[in-house]
Design a protein around this ligand. Sequence first.
Ligand code: GDG
Length: 507
Amino acid sequence: MTRETDVEPMQGRLVVASNRLPVVLDRGRDGRWRAEPGSGGLVTAMRPVLQGRGGVWVGWPGADPEQDGTGLRKALDELSEGSGYSVHPVLLTEKEKEDFYLGFSNQVIWPLFHDFQTQCNFDPRFWETYRKVNRKFAEALREVSREGDFLWVHDYHLMSVAEDLHALGVKSQTGFFLHIPFPHLDLFVKLPWRFSILRSLLSFDLIGFQSARDRSNFLQCLDALLPSAEIGGKPTDRVRLVRLGDRHVRVGVFPIAIDFEEFASEAASSEVSERAARLRAEGLGRKLVLGVDRLDYSKGVPHKLKGFRLALKRYPDLRERVTLVQLVIPSRENIPEYERLKMEIERLVGAIQGEFTRGDWAPIHYQYGHWDRVELLAHYREAAVALVTPLKDGMNLVAKEYCASSLEGEGVLILSEYAGATAQLQNDALLVNPFDVEGVAEAIHEGAIMSREDRRRRMGSLRRTIQDFDLSWWVDSFLKAAREDGWRDLPSVHTFQPQPPEGFFSF
Ligand code: GDG
């Protein structure tokens, strides 16, 4: 389903830039490139927007240009014709891919911004290439945009683009959205290029974060490292203003969302219903506990496995009654840390199977790979409990997709305190600190035995929140914030503070 949004940010077109174009390229046996639409959180969010209002999407197509630049452009043009917007490739060399994408983006910014400072490789060559590639993106934006367009740049790969746009004399208004968390000052100061990154970000006209936590970290960094920046507004304002010299920058909180109606209607389709019924039959009446995570150390997969093991140990009544289905999606396999993580997960799964398997019941169904959409939605629909335990996450769309697909309204969401989604879903999810293995085990037990009434009440409320703040709300709010006065009447932000347990003594 495609949806148009009702907000005109300005008179011009929308030009989106992200590291990857929303395509998967494949070279057929005849040697010709074919471009298929891609998937993923950012793509799912932005594609309907561009389809509805037209515009341009600028990004790396994911293929090696040296092999056949011309054929590649032709395949992309063909895709543009059918999609309602045009795509414009930024071509990267092997070295740029290594140092910009695998290097600076995924071995500096990704670990640091997810609180894994010890996994950072602060190689100065990575930074040099990052700057060069950001410049390349800015040049591409200058080439495709015209005055009055709104340039919407996405994510940590492209934090310096606006600074380059200024240097190139581009006058269009710009917005930036960070899909991942922004770290606390104590971590951010470790970054050798901390001043450059802050100044580059302040070259955008609007900066959007996923949660109040991330914006507050960013503002704290500004306060400490660029004291000449004046910060206006209150922590609960959707948009706050920062003044640096003659620049005025809006800094907002826009939790990314899903197309609720699309998930709900697809989950109700006959294909998904049939697959869900088969899963139920195969499960022999056992409760399905579900985990869906990209292979990434930020997702806390070993932590959830340890929590599940402890739950089975402490509560023998769970044995043979619940099965954990854990999908791990391959990601960044060229980085050694990801290979190590995969081995750790597989070792833990093996140990738990060895300890608890009885007769025809194995406690875990572990899959390393991809599911198609029907398989994913059937699992969401059938799962009695979703176990979402990231150690840090910008948002976590899986948590929202699970609720939207939980059509009977009886699923239980166990959610980490460190997911961006927690600020919105804290009242009705079972919250856990994933580092607290006992807390995770207790939540699994509580989720498995929760009364139907309680489950319905919680899931009903989760679904309403996700529906009220859905994808079109997210896009509209961002674009409203970019307009002259549009941001003034946006609703206030959700915040999250861990609550002390009852009876906890405070001074
Ligand atoms: C980043 C931030 C933020 C996964 N496996 C399959 C599959 N998926 C889809 C899910 C979901 C998406 O991939 C994963 O999104 P997440 O939000 O959980 O995580 P990241 O990939 O880390 O995304 C994150 C997001 O950006 C958006 O701003 O929420 O915090 O880290 O949509 O459904 N889809 C299919 N088969 C799979 O096997 N079809």
